[in-house]
Write a protein that binds this ligand. Structure first.
Ligand code: ZN
Length: 245
């Protein structure tokens, strides 16, 4: 079988058969790929640690008739802090699910790969996980062509949007009060959320803190729901954690 090397982020692993794993990989070179890691669940398997969800690794893949098979794996980054902290882990899982559901199979997206690498590095540091994720979500929307319109009304294009501002995923951004009445998916936004949403969309790195985290989270959730046509499964876990905190 011909083999080739990829650098990849493990978006998800699932048990397969007795001791194999089915991996959903986001590769730097080829976008998303599914690969089977034979024997990876066996004790002392050389593929064990490198094939866990949220690991970055270099993989040697063999092209089979129907699937790719992992023949070797070398971990590049294991993000121990993220693994040991439920809150950080929950934030990372949301981003992994977003990549899995928005990036096409075998469609390379190097900027999105680099963003995933940076997100994991930031989540593995002291940075506030909610700020990191919201910032990265806005970046990802931009990379995928879903950046919300924030400097004018997304429906009537009036530059002066007024004081009563809403967000509408179907309109594609912020909307003024007269437009909002026509939009069933409108979300009223306090002024601080509008200000922070605009700041996040421009920022080249995550802010240290945000005052309107809850409102901003509702905005990104609604925007992704519009794109994906369903809710993020991993976001429910994050909500449950936030409720408990
Ligand atoms: Zn308008």
């Amino acid at each position: 079988m011909p083999t080739y090397s990829v650098e990849a982020f493990v978006l998800r692993h699932r048990d397969l058969g007795e001791d194999d794993k089915l991996l959903s990989l986001f590769t730097r070179e080829h976008g998303r790929l599914s690969a089977i890691a034979r024997g990876a669940r066996k004790k002392n398997s050389p593929l064990g640690g490198s094939t866990d969800t949220l690991t970055f690794a270099r993989f040697m893949l063999a092209k089979g008739r129907r699937f790719e098979y992992v023949t070797q794996a070398q971990p590049l980054r294991t993000c121990l802090r993220v693994r040991g902290d439920l809150e950080r882990l929950a934030h990372a899982m949301v981003f992994a699910e977003l990549l899995e559901r928005t990036c096409g199979e075998e469609e390379p997206n190097e900027p999105a790969y680099s963003l995933a690498l940076l997100l994991m590095e930031l989540l593995d540091s002291e940075a506030a996980p909610a700020c990191v994720l919201l910032w990265a979500e806005l970046r990802l929307m931009g990379l995928l062509g879903y950046a919300p319109l924030l400097d004018q009304c997304a429906r009537c294009h009036r530059p002066d949007i007024g004081k009563k501002v809403h967000f509408s995923p179907s309109a594609g951004g912020l909307v003024c009060a007269p437009c909002a009445v026509h939009l069933r998916d409108r979300l009223p936004l306090p002024a601080v959320a509008v200000e922070e949403l605009r700041m996040l969309a421009r920022a080249t790195e995550p802010p240290e803190e945000l005052r309107a985290t809850g409102a901003l989270r509702r905005v990104t959730r609604a925007a992704w729901r519009h794109v994906l046509e369903s809710d993020l499964k991993s976001a429910q876990f994050l909500d449950e954690l936030s409720e408990r905190a």
